[in-house]
Design a protein around this ligand. Structure first.
Ligand code: PLP
Length: 639
């Protein structure tokens, strides 16, 4: 596990058991040994052809672990409670979950349910997000906040006011100055007293990738002048008491508590000034930004790593607010945060299979037919060969490599000119591989082909270079002999992963069983990899490049049964028909067109009934199956 730094990024949830498989401890360090869940067992269970309605689920697969989600939420809550108690802070913490991080119905419903005892709420940034937050919070704690962020039109504001009428604790956070006019007008028309927040543009700037929205020139929020104009407008309308919340967000992955305290301190000053100006202030909402240590280094010096944990984060926030408010004799506000990444990242694991790898090509010397090679070589290439042989006799390794490289280049030129056959070119490749192997040049990095679309399942890697820990979920008791990069199914050169945590450009991997060795650790020759910490953002950002849709999803609860887990929900990923529909195709019509064509082609007479039925069946299955590669072909034209 040290090779993959699992203890660094995975603690306290992920570790390796005695069988060499990754296990999940759903409650972190409070997990008992018999409660640990072996990921390989989940994959075997749900992909078994006898499971899930007799079909078995196809990979890629997202394994969702609500117990981990619960633990994250409770850990965040207790970190704030501890800091509040330790510092004698005179109000409470009441967080919200920004649904944009993962809008999956079960994730949001779980958060509302797990967070109800401590009034945990939701944040929405668009109209559909508001609709889902409203309906989920109907079953939540009535005091839970519903924070409405994002750019708003009259419809968004009316909906948020309706939520308030329905007794949901809704706050409309002004993201642009003009929104205040709409809020004043519409709330008067609907006779609802709104609760209003303002998002302030802080001067504190987060310099990492995710900080581009911070600082005076950031995309969101109101400048100091605009905040003052909003205060004036609300005062003129007799609504200054409605202004109750101050919000800011300086970006995701805040690298250090020093920067955090700087931002929170500045916001606390604005909050205190709003109190002085007569607003009905109650809540200071510090936005998101609580970071994840993706590479396990705790260094805090890149977007990949933060130098603090939950407790240090909470203590820094409480301390910064208390310090400012005490100096200004302002009543301590309720502290709200909008942590997304930190709540949902750990709870879901993407599991996918490596199907094949570029083979080690080195042949044995007695399989290399030198006279055959020589037959086709030009004068110059022949000279390279003799030089290579002489250098080998003198054990001059560097010269060997040089001549081998030169020989290869000349042969490629000859091939392009049409004077060298393809068999001879392949033989020269073999000879050159042999030379580099014998003189101990480093083993080339292999390419592992994975049954996955990076664009669909790990879009942030492609778009912003976000790196996630990727690890085989089994065989971790065997030393990986190979290094490899991962190449996905899309016909796109960007569909590959060649950057990994620790600054590595390849990943230690095991030989695939078919590729010469390996026990596969009880996985029937299959090789499964897991991408961890990807529970936030990836699912909503993923697209359908090459029409690969999302993965299958299972929801797995810890249970005290024999396997220590129970699969409570299993949903196959979108079928070929589903993804076609996304691009406005109509699978039913397409099926009819193709069936009709087959009937025309083979004729409709009785003798062909069997063939036509088999074709129709096969076509129907193609629409129905997932777009990913199936190991055992389910498409056969023979009935
Ligand atoms: N709140 C707002 C306004 C955001 O824009 C974001 C994300 O960028 C978040 C909360 C969530 O941030 P994080 O996932 O870093 O906690």
């Amino acid at each position: 596990s040290a090779l993959y730094r699992i203890d660094g990024w995975g603690a306290p949830y992920f570790s390796v058991n005695n069988s060499g498989n990754i296990t999940v401890r759903p409650y972190g360090t409070d997990t008992l040994a018999h409660q640990e869940i072996d990921l390989l067992k989940i994959v075997k269970k749900v992909s078994d052809p006898k499971s899930v309605g007799g079909l078995g689920l196809q990979l890629p697969l997202i394994v969702r672990l609500p117990d981990v989600l619960k633990d994250r939420l409770e850990s965040l809550q207790s970190a704030f409670e501890l800091a509040i108690q330790a510092q004698g802070y005179e109000s409470h913490y009441q967080g919200v979950y920004p649904v944009k991080c993962n809008q999956d119905r079960f994730v949001v419903e779980d958060i509302v349910r797990f967070g109800a005892p401590f009034r945990f709420g939701l944040e929405a940034g668009s109209k559909p997000e508001l609709l889902l937050a409203m309906s989920c919070l109907c079953k939540g704690n009535p005091e839970a906040l519903l924070v409405c962020n994002g750019f708003k039109d009259a419809e968004y504001i009316s909906l948020a006011l309706l939520a308030r009428k329905l007794a949901l604790n809704t706050v409309i956070v002004l993201e642009q100055e003009e929104e205040v006019n709409m809020v004043i007008d519409i709330s008067k028309k609907l006779s609802v007293r709104p609760v209003i927040g303002v998002r302030a543009k802080l001067r504190t700037k987060h310099s990492g990738h995710f900080g581009s929205t911070s600082g005076e020139k950031g995309k969101f929020g109101l400048t100091t002048t605009q905040v003052l104009r909003v205060v004036k407008k609300l005062q003129d309308s007799g609504m200054l008491d409605c202004l109750q919340l101050l919000h800011f967000h300086i970006g995701s992955q805040i690298p250090s508590t020093a920067l955090l305290q700087d931002g929170v301190g500045e916001a606390a000053q604005i909050y205190s000034e709003l109190v002085r100006l007569g607003a009905g202030m109650k809540v200071l909402d510090i936005g998101g930004g609580l970071g994840i240590d993706y590479d396990g280094s705790k260094s805090g010096n890149s977007d990949l790593s933060v130098s603090y944990g939950l407790q240090e984060y909470a203590s820094a926030v409480v301390n910064a607010i208390r310090f400012v408010c005490d100096r200004k004799s302002v009543k301590h506000p309720i502290i709200c945060s909008e942590s997304g990444r930190a709540i949902v990242s750990h709870h879901s694991i993407l599991i996918f299979e490596a199907l094949s790898a570029t083979a080690p090509t080195t042949p044995a010397m007695n399989h290399i037919n030198i006279p055959f090679i020589m037959e086709g070589l030009s004068e110059d290439a022949r000279a390279d060969y003799w030089n290579l042989r002489d250098a080998a006799m003198r054990h001059e390794n560097e010269a060997c490599l040089l001549y081998a490289d030169q020989l290869k280049q000349r042969c490629v030129e000859q091939f392009k000119e049409g004077t060298l056959g393809i068999e001879q070119l392949a033989a020269v490749d073999g000879l050159c591989d042999f030379v580099s192997k014998v003189i101990g040049a480093s083993e080339p990095v292999r390419t592992y082909h994975v049954n996955l679309s990076i664009f669909t399942s790990i879009p942030d890697f492609w778009s912003i270079g976000q790196i996630f820990p990727i690890v085989p979920i089994h065989r971790l008791d065997e030393r990986p002999e190979v290094r490899g990069t991962l190449s996905d199914l899309t016909c796109d050169s960007d569909g590959k992963i060649d950057k990994f945590i620790g600054g590595e450009t390849s990943l230690p991997l095991h030989e695939l069983e078919g590729n010469g060795g390996g026990s596969s650790g009880g996985a029937n020759g299959r090789y499964y990899l897991g991408m961890f910490l990807g529970g936030a953002y990836e699912e909503a950002l993923g697209g359908v490049h090459n029409l690969f849709g999302g993965p299958s999803v299972v929801r797995v609860l810890q249970s005290d049964g024999p396997h220590s887990f129970a699969v409570t929900r299993a949903v196959p990923g979108p079928s070929c028909g589903d993804v076609l529909r996304v691009m406005q195709h109509e699978p039913e019509l397409m099926f009819e067109t193709l069936k009709h064509r087959a009937e025309e082609f083979f004729g409709q007479d009785h003798a062909n009934n069997g063939v036509n039925a088999a074709l129709a069946n096969s076509l129907a299955r193609s629409f129905h199956n997932m777009p990913y590669l199936a190991k055992v072909s389910s498409c056969s034209l023979t009935a």
